[in-house]
Design a protein around this ligand. Sequence first.
Ligand SMILES: NC(=O)c1ccc[n+]([C@@H]2O[C@H](COP(=O)([O-])OP(=O)(O)OC[C@H]3O[C@@H](n4cnc5c(N)ncnc54)[C@H](OP(=O)(O)O)[C@@H]3O)[C@@H](O)[C@H]2O)c1
Length: 328
Amino acid sequence: MDYGTIAGIDGPVSRIIFGTDRLWSRRQPWLPVPGRERRAFSLLDRAFELGCNTFDTARTYRDGERTLGAWIRTRRIRDDVVVISKGGHPHGSGRPRLSASDVSHDLHASLKALGTDSIDLYLLHYDDPTADVEPVMERLDRHIAEGKIGVIGTSNWAHQRVADANAMAAHNGLNPFAASSVQFSLADWTAPPWPGAVTLGGREQQAAREWYSTRGLSVLAWSSLARGFFSDHYDPTNTDENAVSRWCATYFDTEENLARRERALVFARENGVTVARVALAYVLRHPLHVFAIVGCTTEAKLADDVGATSLELDEATLRWLDGNASSR
Ligand SMILES: NC(=O)c1ccc[n+]([C@@H]2O[C@H](COP(=O)([O-])OP(=O)(O)OC[C@H]3O[C@@H](n4cnc5c(N)ncnc54)[C@H](OP(=O)(O)O)[C@@H]3O)[C@@H](O)[C@H]2O)c1
């Protein structure tokens, strides 16, 4: 495993972050599914053994927070892990929830579900570009002072909004956003899969990538495998095969992306690795202060993903994989 740092977080942050949006062991808190918690714990144990010390969860990930928190408490490793959670998601309310009271409400619910006193990195799950961010940052500042949050960040915010918010925070002596979580992978999506979702991929995001790169602000790339486009779940010749394929066909199936996938497959075959490992290495080697959030359900796939941290890709290969150079 390779580690990086995020401003304000003491200690190392694994560059592969374990994503928990499918890690739930109970459909409802009062309805345990036999064996499922044991299964989730053993996957988390393996992640930890592999050096993965950082976990991405959210108020909206069904039983994700509770399962993650229960595992951390059972293993007594709270000081050895970095917990990222998110709040302020509209979550079916039909309105943006980027207000001080909504965010406070979600934070307290997350602390309770996780069974912890503090969340190391707390992200605002979605932006409301019409909202004044000052009262929300003031509230988050109070929660930092109370010790309920370590540092703060954003998820699905355009880089200009992060820049403006941090300028305001500097002016008013508030804690700034230390990280930004956006979609980023070797494949560029055709449209946001959820309203308000933000990507760093594609030609239109060049200015955003340069901004992150020069600022050195930590980027937490979600769906870094394009949600399975770079996996054996996806068969471009049979896109009705399974749910992953249907999703990928809807959001990633373009000529450009299929060509990227083909080149990644060529490189994978030549180097005796999987296409998933090549796609993740592409994200990790990008000239950004980047961490890759991955979601996976087996120990073997997780070990494969962690292997991406030691797969070197030079600049020429990065350009070739992306389609910006005809040869390596
Ligand atoms: N902030 C946000 O708005 C936001 C949005 C979406 C996701 N996220 C975060 O990002 C995390 C990951 O996103 P994601 O699950 O959408 O997409 P992802 O990590 O890009 O892709 C997950 C898919 O890749 C497969 N996979 C993983 N490693 C593999 C390997 N080595 N070989 C073959 N296949 C492999 C998984 O297979 P299996 O299913 O078989 O394991 C799954 O189908 C989530 O858990 C969540 O924490 C955040």
